[in-house]
Design a protein around this ligand. Structure first.
Ligand code: NAD
Length: 330
């Protein structure tokens, strides 16, 4: 089957080509992100394979259908960038990778937490300049602190397990509580309580219309002063401008982001020789107590291997008209 792979990076080509040895599809790679301007590239392809910042809204889906595409295969977990209701109406199937390596994302959240708390990003730069002074690098012990997990699904539970290992008091909020989370020795609290006593808050819930700006000025004001916020989930969960105000006032003690609400058009590209015009992001990265990575939490060998295999297996199921193991519906 002919598959148009959008937003293709060198590592996508490497891992998808390797996985395709078992599936035998005809893969064509496009650097461009899928969107209204690029959707014409997909004409004649039975499937498109997309990633987190590709756009599959109603207009794009209509155009895909008109060009003969019947499957949108997300090579990621989140699906906030696909209009599922429109896909159902138009008759396009949508699949995703339900689970590849929750460890990859949870471990990166921990890496960001440790870096922002112990100022590893600042120490790295200092020692390269033979500055071995410690002033400004003080952090706090994680042991004995309260870590709040918002969203105790697959990734949130791995993060919680690691935090329990550090000796943290782990609390969580999820509208669908999991026994596995409580079995770790963690406990659930109400939505209103989650930030009040936490020294660390890590977001692991999906972005949905209800969860947009779940961390806003009002919620930030209710956090324990000086708390650290980690977001490896989706940028739209955090009102970035409100977070900047909270950082300026000291209400937020540190911010570690792998995702950013305006990351489309910025992340996954080398813009080091250009002028980045996003003033909000530029303000963020100028704070000494902020660390930003460019949506790399998923980026481990294990995760990319599983993502590639699962995506192409889903494409094969579609081609054989077999039930789609990883289908998502509105
Ligand atoms: P999951 O479906 O296993 O868990 C998500 C949990 O969030 C569910 O238990 C759900 O009930 C809960 N939830 C929904 N709304 C909530 C709310 N308002 N408050 C608290 N909890 C809420 O998903 P997962 O595999 O753990 O992935 C979580 C998210 O991580 C994905 O949606 C995706 O956005 C993000 N992600 C990021 C990367 C990355 O590279 N940065 C990679 C993979 C996934």
């Amino acid at each position: 089957m002919k598959i148009a792979v959008f937003s293709a990076q060198p590592y996508d080509r490497q891992f998808l080509d390797a996985a395709n040895a078992a599936e035998g599809h005809e893969l064509h790679y496009f650097d461009a992100a899928l969107g209204p301007e690029s959707v014409g590239l997909a004409a004649g392809y039975q499937a498109v394979c997309i990633f987190v910042n590709d756009v599959a809204n109603a207009g794009v889906l209509e155009a895909l259908k008109a060009g003969g595409t019947g499957l949108v295969a997300l090579r990621c977990t989140g699906f906030n960038n696909v209009d599922l209701a429109a896909a159902a109406r138009i008759g396009i199937k949508v699949v995703r990778v339900v689970s590849y390596s929750p460890n990859s994302v949870a471990e990166h959240a921990v890496a960001l937490l440790l870096a922002v708390n112990r100022k590893v990003h600042r120490a790295y730069n200092r020692t390269r300049d033979s500055n071995f002074a410690l002033d400004g690098l003080m952090g706090f012990d994680l042991h004995g602190k309260t870590a709040a997990v918002v969203g105790t699904g697959k990734i949130g539970r791995v993060f919680a397990r690691i935090m329990v290992g550090f000796g943290c008091n782990v609390i969580g909020y999820d509208p669908f509580p999991s026994e596995e989370f409580e079995a770790l020795g963690a406990r659930y609290v109400g939505a209103g309580e989650i930030g009040a006593n936490a020294d660390i808050i890590s977001l692991h819930c999906p972005l949905s219309p209800e969860n947009h700006h779940i961390v806003n000025a009002e919620r930030l004001a209710r956090l324990k002063r000086g708390a650290l916020l980690v977001n490896t989930s989706r940028g739209g969960l955090v009102d970035t401008e409100a977070a900047i105000e909270a950082l300026k006032s000291g209400q937020l003690g540190g911010l570690a982001l792998d995702v950013y609400e305006q990351e489309g058009g910025l992340f996954f590209r080398d813009l080091s020789s250009t002028i980045v015009t996003d003033d909000v992001l530029q303000r963020l990265v100028a704070f000494p107590n902020v660390i930003v990575t460019g949506h790399q939490a998923f980026f481990t060998r294990e995760a990319i291997g599983t993502i590639s295999e699962t995506t192409l297996r889903s494409a094969s199921e579609f081609e054989k008209k077999a039930p789609l193991s990883n289908e998502i519906k509105a």
